[in-house]
Design a protein around this ligand. Structure first.
Ligand SMILES: Cc1ncc(COP(=O)(O)O)c(C=O)c1O
Length: 397
């Protein structure tokens, strides 16, 4: 008996293997400093858990519409639209069990086999996996390192567009690099999408994880809302990674197809969580709250800890909860060529666990610099300080 050959195209989140290695090391009695997780060790706000208990007690435990309950669709349309300066109607919202399902469903909705889809690399690995699994050609685009962070390699994007390019995946604010587009950069990207008539998926998983400045969205640029599907998720914003609630928001024609896919795949998203979020989301304002303040404090400690290491220099990203330091000098000092060797040795030498560039898409031809990714969402401030002090000792040795 053989399994489907198409499965050869399916990738995975290899970062989960890092969790496995960290757990195995912890099981041997070591205290692990977990910088590898994009998970959050902050409690979900009490108003959400209370509203969920109530919804369960009130009996919202059965199936509900595949597109989501009308009240939540309306609430999400208003919240996501107002935070981006555009208007959405409830029928432009498809509720999902998390943000991740939007990726495969968007691609399935707009891409024909053999079509090319541009995606960020380094980037969330599921883009590459889903494009290829669904029979498309995954065309990577990268970022340029600047003294203030990372910028889209717009020239590379321009060069990569062909007559077969169908869609562009854009992740702002970006995992793993923490890149945040300037308005100018966003407008240049939008101009390319419009000129080449591309569908766009704007992965807004970290849209509300912003420590300073005003949030900016590509849908706000004329000509973009009608070609863009937003990936929205409660996971990071409300520290709800395990709850599984998100949404696809965009043109009705695509959302109708995504609703049909919902019926085929999961029937509906959890009913009682939807009820709870009908109450929680309208009260959500962008700006500091307990979750953002905790993350910002951790960011500052982590950036200081990394910059104290000889050979590392990193600017503090204003968004996401990831740091993506260039470790090329550390690699040279150690005489390593494979950044995963640095990761493996760091775990056993210092108990510090992190991901590397290799967990965020296949490295691009000609890449010479080495990067690691540290998440500070799942580790407390004191552990950040101790972990990075241990890393300093090892990296400088
Ligand atoms: C860029 C990006 N998009 C989407 C997701 C998926 O989020 P969710 O947990 O809501 O499925 C993640 C999760 O880490 C992410 O980093």
């Amino acid at each position: 008996m053989q399994l489907a050959t198409q499965l050869d195209k399916l990738g995975t989140e290899t970062a989960f293997a890092v969790s496995g290695a960290a757990a195995a090391w912890a099981a041997k009695g070591h205290r692990v400093y977990p910088f590898h997780l994009g998970d959050i060790n902050i409690a979900t706000p009490a108003n959400i858990t209370e509203a969920t208990y109530k919804a369960i007690k009130d009996g919202y435990t059965g199936y509900c519409p595949a597109a989501g309950i009308p009240e939540l669709r309306a609430v999400l349309a208003a919240d996501v639209g107002s935070k981006r300066g555009v208007h959405y109607s409830a029928e432009q919202v498809s509720v999902q069990p998390g943000g991740k399902p939007v990726i495969g469903k968007f691609i399935a909705a707009v891409m024909n086999p053999g079509d090319e889809v541009l995606y960020p690399n380094p980037g969330y690995p599921i883009y590459e996996s889903q494009i290829e699994y669904l029979g498309g050609v995954a065309v990577p685009y990268g970022y340029l390192e600047t003294p203030t962070g990372f910028a889209l390699d717009l020239d590379a994007i321009k060069r990569s567009i062909t007559s077969r390019t169908r869609a562009l995946i854009y992740n702002n604010y970006q995992n793993p690099s923490g890149a945040q587009s300037t308005r100018q950069e966003m407008e240049a990207l939008a101009a390319l999408a419009i000129e080449h008539d591309l569908w766009v998926m704007s992965d807004d998983a970290y849209y509300e994880i912003l420590y300073s400045g005003q949030a900016e969205s590509i849908v706000n640029i004329p000509g973009m809302q009608e070609r863009t599907v937003i990936l929205y998720t409660c996971s990071k914003r409300f520290a709800m990674t395990g709850w599984r609630l998100g949404a696809a928001i965009g043109p009705k024609a695509v959302i109708d197809v995504i609703n049909k896919l919902n019926t085929n795949v999961e029937s509906c998203s959890p009913h009682f969580i939807q009820r709870a979020m009908v109450e929680a989301i309208p009260g959500d304002t962008t700006g500091p709250d307990a979750i953002i303040e905790t993350l910002q404090e951790r960011r500052d400690v982590a950036v200081a800890g990394l910059n104290a290491i000889d050979g590392i220099s990193i600017a503090a990203p204003a968004s996401t909860f990831y740091l993506f330091p260039n470790v090329t000098k550390i690699m040279a000092r150690k005489g390593y060529t494979d950044v995963n060797q640095l990761m493996t040795e760091a775990l056993t030498t210092t108990d510090v666990s992190f991901c590397t560039r290799k967990h965020f898409g296949r490295p691009l031809p000609g890449e010479k610099e080495h990067y690691i990714r540290l998440a500070y969402s799942g580790i407390d401030t004191e552990a950040i300080k101790t972990g990075l002090a241990r890393l300093k000792e090892y990296f400088e040795a």
